[in-house]
Ligand binder design. Structure first.
Ligand code: MN
Ligand code: MN
Length: 465
């Protein structure tokens, strides 16, 4: 049937987000699915910021990246990295064009919401051994009980030696668990407001129940656990004082849906953008502009601290890079461009009230480009200029990257921020680009495989341009 004039005119003049499944060929969809197989492996092996840095450093070393020093002389094609305390990473590929014309930055974060152990975590109560926790980042606390947890992190002993902990992920490992109240006795509990259904001090992790056999002493279960920990890790209780131990869901990344079109996993905010930016940074050979990929820590708690992007380490890295080429750091920054690689909320038909249909991001409609985040009248955001937004729009269209706009929820319903503002404050042009996520910040976040691949394509064409 022939299209009417009105239909043709509509197609020409209207903006409409389209499902990528209707645009891509079968082969292209397969390419997206294939890319995600290794992404799932990354998710399973990188559940903390430290593990994500280890994964990335291993990969880039194999690709010929060497540790950056401000004194070394650099030439186009050189590959360098800066490992910030094992918890954040910057790596760069030197471009053919002069660094003083600016660099191309993609910045993702590798920390995710979780339960951190307190400094004195271990206690016994009525012959059960438990860990006290202090949750990290924005969680709905009621989502964390009654699900298997794994424990990851490091313990630094008084002699300075470091023990790595990773337990609960292997098939034969034990797991740990926050208990919840049975419904039969929850009459009072369920009357609490949702943010107190489980209170912060109720996020206690059950770790043991068998006593050390002895008639004299108290805290026999705690002693038995401490004995096991001493045998396994060589630690004593005071070693917890200088530890970073993180409890995360002991669940592996899984395909979601009969059509296997989606991935469900813990920690996809923001390891989905970390992985795609990492692969784009590694696979971009001989770029014109120097490419800089950042995997940052501490985004989920406001980016403060020396491994978060409010710290000066990015600025210092750019300054040192500039120095290696005999130019000014501030000149480089002022001409640089950045994709702040972070996720956005995907439209959820079950909770459609909170999203404004025209401006929300949707599963399968491509990578989301978010001009501004923030809350209460765009406070706390870097609002990308029309010029830079136009440039990124042109770049993605020109290279056949399927993308969509995405605004985080209805006006005044809440909001959020990313690292975009901190990088923009260094006088860099920045816009948020990332994957739409369902159930964000929950123990099992969901993304579309096509959107994941489109994020990888977006970062790749940005670096290659
Ligand atoms: Mn994020
Ligand atoms: Mn987040």
């Amino acid at each position: 049937m022939e299209k009417t004039e009105a239909k043709l005119l509509q197609e020409k003049l209207f903006y409409k987000k389209k499902n990528a499944g209707l645009i891509l060929s079968d082969e292209q969809v397969r390419e997206c699915d294939d890319f995600c197989e290794n992404y799932k492996k990354f998710l399973d092996s990188s559940k903390t910021e430290r593990e994500a840095v280890d994964f990335a450093v291993n990969l880039i070393k194999k690709e010929g990246f060497v540790e950056f020093s401000s004194k070394q002389s650099l030439k186009p094609g050189d590959k360098v990295y800066l490992n910030n305390r094992g918890k954040a990473l910057i790596f760069a590929v030197i471009g053919t064009e002069d660094v003083k014309n600016g660099v191309r930055i993609a910045a993702a974060h590798i920390d995710s919401p979780r339960l951190d152990l307190k400094q004195c975590p271990l206690y016994e109560d009525n012959e059960l051994a438990l860990f006290k926790t202090h949750y990290y980042g924005g969680i709905k606390k009621y989502q964390w009980p009654a699900m298997p947890l794994a424990l990851h992190g490091v313990i630094v002993k008084s002699d300075g030696s470091k023990v790595e902990v990773n337990i609960g992920e292997n098939e034969n490992d034990p797991v740990f668990c926050v208990t919840d109240l049975l419904p039969h006795l929850a009459t009072e509990q369920v009357k609490r407001p949702a943010n107190e259904i489980i209170k912060g001090e109720e996020l206690n992790i059950l770790i043991g129940s068998r006593p050390f056999r002895d008639d004299e002493i108290s805290e026999k279960v705690k002693l038995n656990i401490m004995k096991i920990l001493n045998e396994k890790y060589g630690i004593i209780e005071s070693d917890f004082l200088s530890a970073e131990l993180e409890a995360v869901p002991a669940i592996k990344a899984k395909d979601v849906g009969f059509d296997r079109s989606m991935i469900g996993s813990y920690g996809q905010d923001d390891r989905v953008c970390a992985y795609t930016a990492l692969m784009a940074g590694v696979n971009c050979k001989n770029p014109k502009k120097t490419t800089v990929t950042i995997l940052a820590d501490k985004e989920e708690v406001g980016s403060d601290g020396n491994t978060g992007l409010k710290s000066a380490y990015l600025k210092y890295f750019i300054y040192d890079l500039a120095k290696a080429f005999g130019c000014d750091g501030r000149e480089v920054l002022s001409k640089s461009e950045c994709l702040s690689a972070d996720v956005n909320a995907a439209y959820d038909p079950t909770f459609s009230d909170v999203l404004e249909k025209n401006n929300a991001a949707y599963i399968n409609k491509g990578v989301a480009v978010t001009k501004y985040t923030g809350s209460r009248g765009k406070a706390g955001t870097s609002d990308a200029s029309a010029e830079f937004t136009g440039r990124v729009r042109n770049l993605l269209d020109r290279n056949g990257v399927i993308w969509q706009t995405g605004e985080l929820g209805k006006v005044d319903l809440g909001g959020g921020g990313t690292v975009a503002a901190y990088i923009a404050n260094l006088n860099v042009d920045v816009i948020d680009v990332g994957v739409p996520v369902l159930s964000m910040h929950s123990p099992f976040e969901i993304v579309s495989k096509i959107d994941v691949y489109m994020a990888y394509r977006a970062f790749s064409v940005f670096f290659a341009d």
